[in-house]
Design a protein around this ligand. Structure first.
Ligand SMILES: Cc1ncc(C[n+]2csc(CCOP(=O)(O)OP(=O)(O)O)c2C)c(N)n1
Ligand SMILES: [Mg+2]
Length: 422
């Protein structure tokens, strides 16, 4: 991974410079064309599963890439009515609005990033919206949510104000972390949203602690913790699953398996391909959900949330999904680790918003016209969030010394704190 990370960083820097010059509306296409170096042959060889990682007797063939129905594994063949699970029409509409808002909000964030209004890291969730929307609809506002750094959609899904989230991205005083956290550090105590964590897998033991506290206080709440698939071969993940099962804690572990950890394909990084199977080592139920289908996410998560609340037992959910964008805003959309065709195919055939729109249309709940109205509303809210962030003040330089452990008297002054130097 180190090798490909190095290459990507180089490409990423070049692209950020170029990005500053393009018009805002060209932002998403820009990432698409920035990578001319795709080695199609290497990818084709890998896809065929004939890459070897060693010589002689120890030769190991990389596992084959997933079949096209990979995301649908274990999904039951349900009728339209069964798929809707008796959900109220209003809730189904809300799910659609939520996914549209997540998409349009992040498109606006991409534009703002290209214009240099957002600095630092910025990881978009475009393509994966069904995961958090379906899962959060399966719980109540009293329950907790914690995730990694690909988190804008999670923040919006728990009900954070889009303007406050955008202002945080802009590093403004009115952001949820007063502009000092940025993209990876959204937080909202009132909405039980516990971040926003930049260390891969770092949130998993923290969530375990929250679940332990829920049980200790005899509350009827549930902790939902999300992570990328690259987190699951870490020790902290396994220790957390073991303790969650041993102590019967009300936690749902949701692995957002988008098949890539930066530029490393899952099949090249893990001896066990099927992540849900990892639950077996800890005597915990493990489930696979179609992460491109909001209703399947709801179905699988609801069962897990109910079990957590009623029996105080954990579940591991592997949500199989796909990101339509680069790892972060400074990375190419496909690079050398996947093909442009792969990305295009997913966008055309598995877009979670399109798939859900078709279901709602077939059920006679949301017409094409109403869908367009919802989309316009999502665009309006997103544009307003940018206005709010644009107009918000920067934090005062003195804020550098607030909410931090470092003490000016002990650790000295920061030379860029805006005050005159002695
Ligand atoms: C402990 C740790 N190691 C490495 C990194 C660098 N890093 C940032 S994102 C990332 C890939 C994670 O991929 P995944 O968990 O699949 O999440 P995704 O980005 O696909 O959502 C890595 C290795 C990090 N942030 N933390
Ligand atoms: Mg991943």
């Amino acid at each position: 991974m180190a090798e490909s990370t190095k290459k990507k960083k180089k490409g990423g820097r070049k692209k950020s410079d170029a990005e500053m010059e393009v018009k805002a509306e060209e932002a998403s296409e820009q990432a698409d064309v920035s990578e001319e170096t795709t080695d199609q042959e290497a990818i084709a060889a890998e896809s065929a599963g004939d890459e070897t990682t060693d010589e002689g007797d120890n030769q190991v063939a990389a596992p084959k890439r997933p079949d096209p129905d990979w995301q649908k594994a274990e999904k039951p063949d349900l009728s339209l009515d069964e798929r809707l699970q008796g959900l109220e029409e209003d809730q189904l509409r809300q799910m659609m609005k939520d996914m549209l808002l997540a998409r349009r909000f992040e498109e606006k964030a991409a534009e703002a990033y290209a214009l240099g209004k957002i600095g630092g890291f910025c990881h978009l969730y475009i393509g994966q919206e069904a995961v958090v929307t379906g899962a959060v609809h399966a719980q109540t506002p009293d329950d907790y949510v914690m995730t990694a750094y690909r988190e804008h959609a999670h923040a919006l899904q728990v009900g954070m104000e889009p303007g406050v989230v955008m202002a945080e991205l802009f590093g403004k005083e009115t952001g949820c972390s007063r502009g000092k956290g940025g993209s990876m550090h959204m937080f909202d105590k009132e909405r039980n949203y516990l971040g926003g964590h930049g260390i891969v897998g770092g949130q998993v033991p923290l969530a375990l602690g929250v679940a332990w506290a829920i049980k200790y206080r005899k509350e009827e709440r549930v902790m939902q913790v999300y992570m990328g698939e690259a987190a699951v071969n870490q020790g902290a993940f396994h220790e957390s699953l073991n303790m969650a099962a041993l102590w019967g804690l009300p936690v749902v572990f949701i692995v957002e398996n988008n098949r890539f950890g930066m530029g490393t394909a899952w099949e090249r990084a893990s001896s066990l391909y099927d992540i849900s199977q990892k639950s077996k080592a800890y005597a915990m139920p493990g489930r696979v959900a179609d992460g491109m289908d909001v209703l399947d996410m709801y179905r699988v998560t609801k069962e897990a949330v109910d079990r957590a609340r009623e029996d105080s037992g954990p579940t591991l959910i592997e949500a199989r999904t796909y990101r339509f964008v680069g790892h972060s805003m400074s990375d190419p959309v496909h690079g050398v680790y996947r093909t442009k065709e792969d990305v295009e195919e997913h966008k055309e055939q598995k877009d979670p918003i399109r798939l859900f729109a078709d279901v709602l249309d077939e059920a006679g709940i949301v017409s094409q016209e109403e869908l367009e109205e919802m989309d316009d509303e999502a665009k309006r809210i997103s544009a307003e969030s940018v206005e709010f962030a644009d107009e918000a003040p920067d934090p005062e330089p003195s804020a550098l010394y607030e909410d931090v452990y470092a003490n000016e008297d002990v650790n000295g002054r920061l030379y860029f704190d805006g005050r005159e130097r002695p």
